[in-house]
Design a protein around this ligand. Structure first.
Ligand code: FAD
Length: 258
């Protein structure tokens, strides 16, 4: 494959998840990490690209992602693109997919777009399908294995109780399951190469997007309330006697499933 685009999202590290007064995830001042399924998508891209091919990593997020993108260049990506702009804040899946589409088009023709099957924060799993629909290309979700066969791809897709084998023509978009392709580490040569490379920074305007198409303004949905489904589990007492502990757990389970 000559050009593979990998959409990779930075999500809050589990210990530092916070939401603001409008139920939007705070990304400033919290530790971010790459979404684990997206790391698998990147490793799959490395294995699928031709020797003279290019893997581009694309993320929409805050400016501080420039350094983490450099780490992906050290691991083997050929180009890193960060779409960052205050106007993009509060994007729902529609506004996110619209922005990624504009960036993908600006990058030029691609043979394959790889995404994670879902992000561990928003967890909708909608962005890959919306992006594929916007670009008018086939989309296969929840994929564990990707093989090239001539101009097409053979894909093993995870089902609840089995595996489905599909074939698709390219260009296509494939969303990849977490842990299916563990991401390689950066080697010393990769680190040296990355030091000489620049991350491309684009704003909404660079993508030709009007402010009303971006972020909160370009969104059709908005989170209006959130509650933990397991409030008791976090607040439970620490018990050292087994019978007492079992009684507490029983009580907690009754709260969740009366
Ligand atoms: P998913 O669709 O789960 O992501 C799948 C893949 O798409 C990722 O693995 C990655 O490969 C790619 N991708 C996603 N975002 C990016 C990015 N910024 N940069 C690069 N690649 C990316 N929005 C809605 O429209 N409907 C909702 O019901 C909704 N509920 C939400 C609930 C909560 C608690 C929160 C915090 C947000 C919610 N949102 C919702 C907003 C949603 O999280 C954002 O639109 C987000 O940018 C993309 O959705 P997602 O995280 O669900 O991504």
């Amino acid at each position: 494959m000559k050009h593979i685009l990998v959409c990779i999202k930075a999500v809050p590290a589990a210990a530092s998840v916070q939401v603001d007064g409008q139920y939007r995830l705070k990304r400033d001042g919290v530790n971010l990490q790459w979404n684990i399924a997206d790391e698998s998508a990147l490793e799959a891209a490395f294995r699928l690209k031709d020797k003279d091919g290019t893997v581009t990593v694309l993320t929409m997020g805050p400016p501080k992602l420039e350094a983490p993108l450099k780490d992906l260049l050290a691991r083997g990506a050929d180009r890193g693109v960060l779409v960052t702009d205050r106007l993009l804040a509060g994007a729902d899946t529609r506004a996110t997919a619209a922005t990624l589409k504009a960036a993908a088009e600006k990058l030029g023709p691609v043979d394959l777009i790889l995404c994670g099957r879902r992000a561990i924060d928003g967890e909708t799993g909608q962005v890959p399908g919306e992006l594929a629909a916007a670009l008018g290309i086939p989309c296969v979700s929840n994929v564990e294995r990707i093989q090239r066969e001539g101009d097409s791809l053979l894909l093993s897709r995870r089902l609840e109780d089995g595996i489905q084998l599909l074939q698709t023509r390219t260009p296509a978009l494939v969303s990849v399951c977490e842990y299916s392709y563990p991401l390689r580490l950066a080697g010393i040569l990769g680190m040296r190469r990355a030091r000489t490379m620049q991350v491309t920074l684009w704003s909404g305007a660079d993508l030709g997007m009007a402010p009303e198409e971006c972020g909160l303004k370009g969104s059709l949905t908005k989170v209006i309330a959130m509650e933990s489904k397991f409030p008791g589990l976090r607040k439970g007492p620490k018990e050292t006697r087994a019978e007492q502990g079992i009684a507490v757990v029983r009580e907690m389970l009754r709260e969740v499933r009366p």
